[in-house]
Design a protein around this ligand. Sequence first.
Ligand code: C5P
Length: 286
Amino acid sequence: MPTLTAEAPAKLNLTLDVLGRRDDGYHDLCMVMQSVALSDLITLTLGGGGPLRVKTNLSFLPNNEKNLAAAAVLAFQRETGRDAGGVSIAIDKHIPVCAGMGGGSSDAAAVLRALNGALETGLAPLDLARLGEGVGSDVPYCVLGGTALAQGRGEVLTPLSPLPRCLVVVCKPPFSISTPELFRAVDGVRLRCRPDTAGVLSALEAGDLEGVARRMYNVFEDVLPPRQGAEVRAIRGELVQQGALGACMSGTGPTVFGLFRDWDQAEAAREVLGRTYRDVWLTETV
Ligand code: C5P
């Protein structure tokens, strides 16, 4: 039985703007997305019949089609009409769960890429991305990866000039935030501050890392519950204090990240935050 391995890199939101609520209950978004090296590792075993199986190194994650990696297999088989003849998925999780880093979506995207290769379906990246839409709003971006603008529900993608390579310190405080609740909170307020997406796009075009970093902003930071908001701001402040070119919350949080040029400063930031938080990583853009 063929066994395939695939890396599933985490994503960060360099910007996140909510433009409005739609009739289908989703929201129109405008986000600049970036992949980082921190990745889950997926092993797929094809053939051998039997039911679709998922196992992970984290016992609390679903092992059925509620796991986006399994949902991706079903969507792929349904949309392409190809049957892998039995699929077992093993996921070695490294991306923090429920953190705003797209871990589940990236696992699903890695499964789609792997099946597209192994079953020789030959779907172009944008077609494969479209196939991921029904699995989750962030799956299409995760299929493409790199630096991209995501609009609509998240599925309307425009590849962008890559963010100049840099180091990224990522810190996940020990609480989780409900994505639907945060969307509801955004619906209930008039946002005071929006990201300068056009400025970020120009800075990317110019290869201006500092220009991107100082414009990073996520509107969800404004509607966090007070205690969680204070903690996110404190982590952001610490990253900047340690020399980050800019810092921001990713997705619906609570992960906060900072961009660095200098290894010593990034390492110091990781060390200082690591005294308070267990989930701190030093990674890089890919
Ligand atoms: O598509 P996905 O399952 O990842 O979305 C999870 C939830 O996030 C949705 O049920 C919805 O409440 C919210 N969401 C939204 N608008 C988007 C993406 C997600 O309101 N563009």
